[in-house]
Design a binder for this molecule. Structure first.
Ligand SMILES: Cc1ncc(COP(=O)(O)O)c(N)n1
Length: 448
């Protein structure tokens, strides 16, 4: 579909920054981030760096005319409203970029890149004052970290009070919004908007992972969200969670600081979609089977599928209200949704800890005959005894771990014979919900 026919006009965003041969920071991070936010990314390369996860080995600055020419080529063809800057190594490049920003009336997010995290200067000492005088006053938002904010404002930034002082001084240079990112303070970002005089705290959590390219990813997220029409505060909140995800799922490559993964956020959406589809497929396998309803226990059954690395119920798709037996038929009560199961989700969370591939499970009725049918099919079978439950965690998580421990590996069938007020139950485990559903249907076929 061309844009003429579509309701939503894809925003075009530009990054004016350096390239990182290691693929972690600079335009590589920016373009991935733009793609993840659904905007069209374009670039004007300012410097080519020979760089990897251990640091910057060499930099080759492009001629200012080469930078100008790239901006011209894009802005005379496409409707670019928002741009971001990253590495601008020299006074000459900064002056040229300032000229182009004015000429094409670009709304600018300025990321005052000064050095690479793993080592290596990216801004010449004498260029800092040119950045402050000529480009900073043209930008809408600047996103320094604590040390960059300190360098721009001429103060030392170690605390929130220092960050506030620095933000005020930077705003006085003619910037509409200053965000001092909190990665080096306490994970809280501070947004200062001088027109209203307000400081907004954007809280976050310290997450473990590679951080190479996190600043670039943050400023690119800001530019993308602003281009999509978000307010500065909304953009700042989105950028914060986006970068946290990118760090959490950073790519373990190289010997130094691992690169962030700006595509982590889109992968999660894709995985959620795939898990939902898989559980829906499993539900149709179960409901179309003429035999399956016999396996539904009194309390009903559920079938669930987790996204990779799931840690909570909300990352496990299952059937709302379970699948019940009604007039010899299996009836799903509600929709397939995340967070719809506790019982089956607990089994999955315990299984995942042992083997990250075991992401699906369902519960079915227990009877000697059903257990016998399991033995005929011959999957791995294990069990636990509720009477041995120490009671300090969820029975389902304890029971699943206990059955796995006893089996010495990953069984596909885990049963327990119940207790007072607890119906005996069989749980089927597998790599996908549809695989588990097929096992259930095969079991049902063998039971009278
Ligand atoms: C081309 C380029 N631009 C920016 C950075 C800063 O990123 P980081 O501080 O994560 O190394 C970098 N290392 N290389």
């Amino acid at each position: 579909m061309t844009e003429k026919n579509s309701m939503f006009k894809t925003p075009v965003v530009m990054t004016i920054a350096g390239s990182d041969s290691g693929g972690g920071a600079g335009i590589a991070a920016d373009i991935k981030t733009f793609a993840a936010f659904g905007v069209h990314g374009t670039c004007a390369i300012t410097s080519v760096t020979a760089q990897n996860t251990t640091g910057v080995l060499e930099t080759f600055d492009l001629a200012p005319e080469a930078v100008a020419s790239q901006i011209e080529a894009v802005c005379t063809d496409m409707d670019v409203k928002w741009a971001k800057t990253g590495m601008l190594a020299s006074s000459e490049i900064i002056k040229e970029v300032a000229k182009q920003v004015k000429k094409h009336n670009l709304s600018l997010v300025l990321d005052p890149v000064m050095a690479a995290e793993a080592g290596g200067d990216l801004l010449k000492k004498e260029a800092l004052s040119v950045l402050i005088k000529e480009l900073l006053p043209l930008c809408k938002v600047t996103t320094p970290n604590a040390s960059e904010a300190g360098a721009l404002a001429g103060v030392t930034v170690k605390t929130h009070e220092d960050a506030k002082l620095a933000a005020r001084k930077i705003a006085d240079l003619g910037v509409e919004s200053v965000i001092v990112t909190g990665g080096h303070i306490d994970a809280t970002d501070l947004l200062y908007e001088p027109v209203s005089g307000t400081f907004t705290r954007i809280p976050g959590t310290f997450v473990k992972g590679g951080t190479h390219g996190s600043g670039c990813t943050y400023s690119a997220s800001m530019a993308a969200c602003l281009a999509r029409g978000d307010s500065t505060e909304t953009a700042a909140r989105k950028a914060k969670t986006f970068v946290e995800q990118a760090i959490l799922r950073s790519v373990p490559v190289g010997k130094g600081v691992g690169p962030v993964n700006p595509l982590a956020n889109t992968l999660e959406e894709k995985e959620r979609y795939l898990a939902l589809q898989d559980v829906k497929e499993a539900v149709s396998i179960l409901t179309y089977s003429p035999d399956f309803a016999k396996l539904i226990p009194e309390v009903g059954c559920n079938i669930g599928m987790a996204i990779p690395c799931a840690r909570t119920y909300n990352e496990i798709a299952a059937v709302e209200g379970r699948i019940i037996r009604f007039r010899e038929k299996a009836i799903p009560v509600g929709y397939v949704n995340f967070g719809a199961s506790q019982h089956v989700a607990r089994v999955i969370l315990a299984a995942l800890r042992e083997n990250p591939e075991m992401r699906a499970a369902m519960n079915v009725k227990y009877s000697e005959e059903i257990l016998e049918a399991c033995r005929e099919i011959n999957p791995g079978i294990s069990s636990f005894d509720r009477a041995e439950d120490p009671g300090d965690a969820s029975t389902m998580e304890w029971g699943t771990s206990e059955a796995i421990r006893k089996y010495g590996g990953m069984p596909e069938v885990i049963y327990d014979k119940g207790a007072i007020g607890k119906e005996p139950m069989v749980r089927l485990l597998g790599k996908s919900a549809s695989e588990v559903a097929k096992l259930a249907v095969e079991l049902a076929r063998r039971v009278k």
